[in-house]
Design a protein around this ligand. Structure first.
Ligand code: 0L1
Ligand code: MG
Length: 259
């Protein structure tokens, strides 16, 4: 029998010690998706016991390119905690992390509850009060960012930091699937994309989260929930000294330093 709490502690320790570890599936060859979410659930519970607060949901593997790369059909979800939040023009500390990568995303803030099953992107857009740009820092706790899908679910989908845009926008002022993004590191363009890369429309990603939470836990997304919908750009590896600036069409810039 797997000890889900022990496995959660294994990943929390790796994050705290900034030391990558081997995959759970290397040791437990029958480790599956359900088990991955059980470990994630224990990890969230443990972090809450340690005094951290969940501040947002995140969807991962939402672009066709990433799904193909991982040979999966379904995106995955995880949680953002208070200590992960970084303001625009802030900094992240390389010494706090293992091998961080950055990806550009659109976040949604709900104006009404949304409950599954079978939620649609249109329903999400009707119930969204604000959208805002964000840069997610993913930092797998596994060696060389190498893992199977259940491993990365257990590892809270590599969640590590989020640099949030400074301003909120009305979703109705945008064609949400046509937001262009361009990411520069040290003044060189390193990644670009359009928001339709996220399941044709980032609203579909939030809808899928609502449906997954309902199907798996009979949970609803409450009014005020913040949802990171997944990478529009590829994830770019960071190094100490990097200055990252990302321009979101009509939504201004987000920048940060890696110290
Ligand atoms: O946010 C994401 O899409 C990352 C999901 C996990 C995959 C990875 O760490 O590359
Ligand atoms: Mg992401």
């Amino acid at each position: 029998m797997l000890d889900y709490r022990d496995l959660a502690e294994y990943l929390i320790k790796a994050e705290k010690q900034k030391q990558a570890v081997s995959c759970i599936s290397d040791q437990y060859t029958d480790f599956n998706l359900t088990m991955g979410y059980r470990v994630q659930q224990e990890l969230v519970k443990r972090k809450v016991e340690l005094g951290h607060k969940v501040t947002a949901y995140k969807m991962g593997l939402t672009s066709r390119a990433k799904m193909k790369q991982m040979k999966v059909e379904t995106p995955i979800y995880g949680y953002i905690f208070d200590y992960m939040n970084v303001p625009n023009r802030g900094q992240i500390l390389m010494d706090d992390l293992i091998h961080p990568k950055v990806e550009a995303e659109i976040a949604f803030i709900l104006g009404e509850d949304i409950e599954g099953p079978d939620v649609t992107g249109e329903q999400v857009l009707e119930k969204t009060q604000w959208i805002l740009p964000a840069l997610e820092i993913i930092d797998s706790r596994y060696e060389n960012f190498r893992f199977q899908l259940p491993d990365v679910i257990a590892d809270n989908t590599s969640a590590s930091r989020v640099i949030w845009g400074s301003q909120l926008y009305h979703p109705h002022d945008f064609t949400v699937d046509l937001i262009g993004v361009s990411m520069s590191i040290n003044r060189e363009i390193r990644a670009s994309g359009v928001s339709s890369a996220v399941l044709e429309n980032p609203a579909n990603s939030a809808a899928m989260l609502a449906s997954m939470l309902y199907e798996e836990k009979k949970e609803k997304l409450k009014k005020g929930s913040v949802i990171l919908t997944g990478g529009i750009t590829e994830a770019v590896l960071l190094k100490k000294g990097d200055h990252v600036t990302t321009e979101f069409d009509g939504m201004g810039k987000i920048s940060f330093h890696v110290r």
